[in-house]
Design a protein around this ligand. Structure first.
Ligand code: OGA
Ligand code: MN
Length: 219
């Protein structure tokens, strides 16, 4: 890497080019060594620390229609508030990616929301879409993984499908400092049962729907 990375530029322009090209061509990209290693390590430590004190059972749906459905997902989550240095820096990096993608692809990404997830032994998230065409403002999904020394027999892979297909398009192990980015309304996906503690940050770039008749609630 030739350009020094500062707090405002976690990601290289070359990396953002690569993401933009892949999204345009195939709708998803799997990245290794996504962030500076110190940041991934700090986020991992924060996820582990907070998971025992602040994570809540994940819900399906948003606000009013939020319902817990342990048939569908069993992980515990915590929305990032950006108050700690590591959360703040993560949100800065994702902001840099948002601006970079908007500049390259005119996607009109308006904001980014994300939560830590913890899958304990036996936890899963069944096949789902993050967005339904015309019914959600989630455009782009991101999952950043925080597990070092992850082995095949620990399960917990993210499996991406193309449309209604039953055979996987992509199987993603939740490896430390890897990130997957995909179009939210295109790829159904699931998290296979995890056999160990599994930490990640799942996030979504959204369009601004605030101009319609209702105020669009975050989370
Ligand atoms: C999600 C999700 C995938 C993962 O939170 O919506 O699909 O690999 N997460 O954690
Ligand atoms: Mn999902």
């Amino acid at each position: 890497m030739t350009t020094p990375l500062t707090e405002n530029t976690c990601l290289s322009e070359l990396l953002i080019d690569e993401v933009a090209d892949a999204l345009q061509q195939q709708g998803f990209i799997q990245l290794t060594e996504f962030l500076p290693a110190w940041l991934a390590t700090d986020l991992q430590q924060e996820a582990k620390r907070l998971s025992s004190i602040a994570f809540k059972p994940a819900g399906i749906g948003r606000q009013k229609d939020l319902q817990l459905n342990s048939q569908i997902r069993t992980d515990m989550t915590l929305w990032l508030d950006g108050e700690s240095l590591q959360q703040h820096t993560y949100l800065k990096c994702m902001e840099q990616l948002r601006e970079g993608l908007n500049r390259r692809l005119f996607m009109g990404l308006f904001d980014f929301e994300c939560h830590f997830s913890h899958y304990a032994k036996g936890d899963f998230y069944r096949r789902h879409l993050d967005a339904f065409k015309g019914r959600s403002n989630r455009i782009l999904s991101t999952v950043f993984y925080l597990n070092d020394n992850w082995h095949k027999n620990e399960g917990g892979e993210l499996v991406l499908y193309a449309d209604e297909q039953q055979s996987p398009l992509l199987v993603v192990p939740p490896l430390f400092n890897n990130c997957i980015i995909f179009l939210s309304d295109v790829f159904p996906h699931e998290v296979l049962t995890s056999h160990s503690d599994r930490y990640s940050i799942a996030g979504w770039y959204r369009l601004n729907n605030n101009t319609t008749t209702h105020l669009d609630p975050s989370q």
